[in-house]
Structures are given as C-alpha cells and as structure tokens.
Design a protein around this ligand. Sequence first.
Ligand code: HEM
Ligand code: HEM
Length: 219
Amino acid sequence: MEKKVIKTGPGQAVRRGKAALLVAFLALLAAGALSIPFFYESQTLWYKVGYDKTLLRGGQLAGLVAAMSLFVQMLLGVRGSFLEEIFGVVRLLRWHRTNGLILFAFGFLHVTLVLSAEELTSLINMKSWPELIGALMLTVIFAMVISGLFRRQIGLAYAGWRLMHRVLAYTVPVLLAIHVLFVSDSFAHGLPMAGLLTVLGALAVAILRIKRLARLQER
Ligand code: HEM
Ligand code: HEM
C-alpha cells in the first residue's frame, strides 16, 4: 500500500509559529482588557449589589469583547500581507464574515445587560449622549452586517456597497472611542484610557501601513 507523505516544509513551520505568536498576543490583550471591570471598578458598580451588579459587570465584559471583536474585524477587513501569508485570503474573508456576526451579537448582549441593570428611562435624555453614540454605533454595525450578508438580495451594486462599507467601517472605531471614553469612568483616566488609545493608535498605524504598501504594489 502506498504511504501518504504530508510535507511540512520550513514555510509551513514559520507560518504556524507566526500564527501561534499572533494568538498569544491577542490572548494577552484580551486578558488585559477583560480584567478592567475587576481592577478598575466603575462608580456605577459601587452602587450595585447582588443580581444587578452581576448584570452590569457582565454587560461591561460583553462590551469589551465587542470592542476587541471590532479591533480584529478591522484587521481581517484590511487584511495585509502579514495575515494573508499566514492564513490566506479566503479564510480571512470567511472569518471577517463570522466575526462581524460575533461583533454584533456581543454589542447587543452588552446593551441588553447594561440596560437591565440601569434605569431604562434615564438613558432617554441629552445627558446620556455617550449612550446614544453607543446606539448609533450598534445601528451602523447592524446595517453593515445586514448589507454585507444580503448585498445581492438587497440589490446593491458591489462598487457602491464597497464605498459605503469602507466609510462606515472607519466611522465605527471613532464612535467606539467617543462612547467608551465618555460613558465609563473606568476609561476616564489611567491605564485603561492609555490602553484604549494605544490599541486604537496602533490599529490606525497598521491600517495606514497596509494601505500604503498596497498602493506601492499597484504601481
Ligand atoms: C458580517 C458582515 C460583513 C461582511 C459580509 C463583510 C464583507 C467585507 C468584504 C467582502 C470586504 C472586502 C471588500 C474589498 O476589498 O473589496 C470587507 C472589507 C472591510 N470590512 Fe467588512 N464585512 C462585514 C462586516 C463588517 C463590519 C461590521 C466591519 C467593522 C465595523 C467591517 C469592516 C471592514 C473593513 C475595515 C474592511 C476593509 C475596507 C478597506 O479595504 O479599506 N466589515 N468586508
Ligand atoms: C445602544 C447601544 C449602547 C448603549 C446604551 C451602551 C451603554 C453603555 C454604558 C451605560 C456603559 C457604561 C457601563 C458602566 O460602567 O456603568 C458602556 C460601556 C462600554 N460600552 Fe457600551 N453601549 C452601547 C453600545 C456599545 C457597543 C456597540 C460597543 C462595542 C462595539 C460598546 C462598548 C462598550 C465598552 C467597551 C464599554 C466599557 C466597558 C467597561 O466599563 O469596562 N457599547 N456602554
């Protein structure tokens, strides 16, 4: 019987190593982010007890998972040669589609949990503008997911959809920064604020670099 030989050359080993490093880096980032509601308790948590406290903390954690999914979603969308070499374009686009749904699901869970712990009526006034920015952000994400998954059924031409998708995509991280910095006192100063701004700054630099390289390759 002929033996099946699976070749795992140095290229594949390097790709696996890079993938492992990337996963370790993201896991570290996630652990740091998810520890914020415990190490930097918001004032809103101080006044909550029992079930309400659990709901609010759960809501904060869901919001942080949504924020991290957005970070990953942006990188999967712009791709870049580093990710393309490790995972390939097809896989990245498939993950982008699935991760978009995860992002929306955690955004929705965040709102549901936070609003279950807070008074619903207290959000419907202009003092709650940071929450309203959150609502705008969730609506934009929902519109992007629906138009991305059902573009043909809705009858959108690819070029028009792509332009709209891009404009909305770069608006969402800006809305996230405004929402988080003004809605949560945990992020009003110190390490959480510095961490959020560093992650968003690093994302902007990575995207600009990927775009510049793509433009140079097109020439
Ligand atoms: C789940 C539904 C979604 C689908 C099916 C989808 C699909 C796509 C596709 C096919 C592209 C590649 C466009 C091209 O290069 O021609 C793309 C790019 C992109 N998407 Fe999405 N997307 C979805 C949701 C989202 C969401 C929710 C965000 C972020 C809020 C997002 C952010 C991006 C970004 C940043 C790009 C790169 C844009 C650029 O090239 O400058 N996508 N998406
Ligand atoms: C209707 C929409 C939204 C509302 C009403 C809302 C409301 C809130 C409120 C009240 C807080 C502060 C919780 C507290 O500490 O007491 C908060 C924090 C936060 N929100 Fe939202 N939000 C919305 C959408 C979103 C979305 C779509 C995302 C992410 C994509 C998001 C990400 C976050 C994050 C990361 C925090 C900080 C969590 C922490 O304190 O550790 N929010 N939001």
